[in-house]
Design a protein around this ligand. Structure first.
Ligand SMILES: [Zn+2]
Length: 152
């Protein structure tokens, strides 16, 4: 997320800007727009798909904004406890990481991951990330799946 906030991820647009000869600077996920950080994590139809799935799981609205930084600002302004904000923030981080991982799989591994599993992967990875980083409370994966914001 630090690299995303600095726009330093090796997106096709950033690599072309640095002088690399790129066969295309189009987004490999949708093939409709220039691949920038803001596009990949926000305006891309794949990011919309992920945001809708995560919003549905959390039962909160994660709006399409102008990039991950605005999404994290939205999380900061939610009317929920600070602990719950940190959980949502971790899920947003996990979502961005999963999108970038999916993108890299498509570019370098001919897309062996299936789009249908990305929300399940975000649920499992965010559970593993949070359950291994907090000593506050034990929650099973089944509980995490049904009531993730009760983790804190
Ligand atoms: Zn795209």
């Amino acid at each position: 997320m630090w690299l995303v906030s600095l726009d330093r991820l090796p997106t096709r647009n950033n690599l072309a800007y640095k002088g690399m000869d790129m066969p295309s600077i189009r987004c490999p996920l949708c093939d409709n727009f220039v691949e920038t950080c803001d596009h990949v994590f926000d305006s891309c139809e794949f990011a919309s798909y992920v945001r809708a799935g995560v919003s549905n799981w959390l039962q909160i609205v994660l709006l399409a904004l102008h990039g991950p930084a605005e999404l994290l600002h939205l999380v900061d302004t939610m009317q929920i406890s600070m602990e719950k904000k940190r959980v949502v923030e971790a899920i947003v981080f996990c979502g961005c990481w999963s999108i970038w991982k999916f993108r890299n799989d498509k570019v370098f591994n001919k897309g062996k991951q299936r789009k249908e599993y990305i929300i399940d992967n975000i649920i499992v990875y965010s559970y593993l990330w949070l359950s291994n980083r907090t000593k506050k409370k034990y929650m099973s994966l089944v509980e995490w799946l049904s009531i993730p914001l009760s983790f804190v």
